[in-house]
Design a protein. Structure first.
Length: 451
């Protein structure tokens, strides 16, 4: 990294950053209170609020959002007449999944092979630490030249829209000239990247019922309709022979014109087993950034251990559908529900329920903020040119902010590069990326203030 006072300050602050990330990761702040204690999320929220107060933020508040979670807000005034920038991250995390698959405890930040491992290290507690590093570096080198609002969401991973609804009810709260969403990531380590498109998403729960109760498979199997088999047939209809997503009425042929993703590299990043084919058609970038993708997230059915010889009377599944920019998530939800209902066989009773939804997002890359970020990233990454990429994941808040503040410039950066393995076991963050992106964000705020 090119030597400059901001970069040198960030380097000196990295031990503190590791300590803080260790403290944050220790909270099992999964916003699913049927599985994880609410106190863990409340503890993380209070940690963030205390950190903001310590940095001189005013109006620090725990916002009770309509989904029953808390988002943390604070405002750091800038010089008279200066612009305002909103910095976003979220402190809630995905469940650790199979804890036995973690090489070290998921809620204990552990350094290994030059990376820091722990749930939320990259997604997105590391994003909060990145914001704090950037602000501290500026304060140590002449001050923060803009007004800064920070909001840390408490339920982003659940897709329940708490902060979105709160922002709609209090539209003045998050108003800003520019918004930096710290919940994305570089295309890979060392490649400075802004995310310019996000797929939207919908979550649908489907229930299939065929019998009043389970039946003995020896006595009734072969004629009695099996609800689990009916559900499997319906779910299978969501994919073509090559694995492409096929939802009746949903277009799936769009292409991605920006940065491309080689199949060999994708196989390596995704850890696809030897001999197993990739699914879908078109380029990898088309498939993960520009086209819809369905995933069966879970099925309620008897586990193999302890299973009995029974014809199942009922079964249900949770289905995720990602949709690219240009596709309305509300309409996609209706198409998915209609498809499942139409493709459930044998006259089985089927019901669907939409339980989460968010619109896709496409950024305006011609805005002055992008020029300011490109210059900042070039310095932070030793002259490397900033790249534009898509992201298959969803950040529903982006569209809400774009609708509420149509003049605001929105940029997406973050720590979730492929090696981070977010949402999987052994999630980790590269401290080098944390350092460089904190420098880039600090220099961006300085560039943007001067622009």
């Amino acid at each position: 990294m090119s030597s400059n006072p901001v970069a040198e300050t960030v380097v000196s602050l990295m031990p503190r950053a590791k300590t803080e990330l260790t403290e944050l990761v220790a909270f099992a702040s999964v916003a699913d209170f049927d599985q994880f204690p609410r106190s863990e999320s409340e503890g993380a929220a209070n940690w963030v609020a205390d950190a903001l107060r310590a940095e001189g933020f005013q109006d620090v508040a725990l916002l009770g959002t309509p989904d029953g979670t808390q988002s943390v807000y604070g405002f750091l005034p800038g010089p008279e007449g200066s612009k305002t920038v909103l910095l976003y991250a979220h402190y809630d995390v995905q469940p650790p999944l199979d804890e036995a698959g973690w090489e070290t405890p998921p809620f204990e930040l552990t350094e290994r092979d030059g990376r820091w491992y722990g749930r939320g290290a990259a997604d997105c507690k590391g994003g909060l630490v990145m914001h704090l590093l950037a602000l501290r570096a500026l304060k140590a080198n002449g001050g923060v030249p803009v007004g800064v609002k920070v909001v840390a969401e408490g339920s982003e991973e659940q897709g329940t829209g708490g902060l979105e609804r709160y922002a709609e009810e209090h539209p003045e709260l998050l108003a800003a000239d520019a918004i930096v969403i710290g919940d994305s990531g570089n295309f890979r380590v060392g490649v400075p990247t802004v995310t310019t498109a996000l797929r939207g998403m919908t979550l649908v729960r489907v229930q299939v019922d065929t019998l009043e109760g389970n039946l003995h498979s020896g006595q009734f199997g072969g004629a009695a309709p099996d609800a689990l088999s009916a559900l499997i047939r319906a779910l299978d209809s969501l994919r073509a022979e090559d694995g492409s997503t096929t939802v009746d009425g949903l277009v799936g042929s769009s292409t991605w014109e920006g940065l491309q993703y080689g199949e060999t590299q994708f196989r390596k990043d995704a850890k696809v087993l030897d001999g197993v084919e990739l699914i879908g058609s078109g380029t990898v970038a088309d498939r993960i950034w520009a086209r819809p993708a369905v995933t069966v997230l879970g099925i309620d059915a008897p586990p193999v251990v302890g299973a009995t010889p029974s014809v199942q009377a009922g079964a249900r599944a949770l289905v995720s559908l990602r949709v690219p920019p240009g596709v309305d998530a509300v309409e996609a939800t209706k198409l998915l529900q209609a498809h499942l209902e139409a493709h459930t066989p044998w006259g089985a009773r089927v019901s669907t329920e939409q339980i989460g939804q968010g619109q896709a997002f496409r950024a305006d890359t011609t805005s002055p903020a992008y020029a300011a970020m490109a210059e900042a990233m070039s310095v932070a990454y030793d002259g490397a040119e900033m790249q534009y990429a898509g992201q298959g994941g969803s950040i529903p808040l982006c569209n809400t902010l774009a609708s509420l503040y149509p003049r605001a410039e929105i940029l997406l950066i973050g720590l979730s590069e492929p090696e981070a393995q977010i949402h999987a076991v052994n999630e980790s963050v590269s401290p080098d990326e944390l350092e460089r992106l904190a420098v880039a964000e600090a220099l961006f705020l300085r560039n943007y203030a001067a622009g």
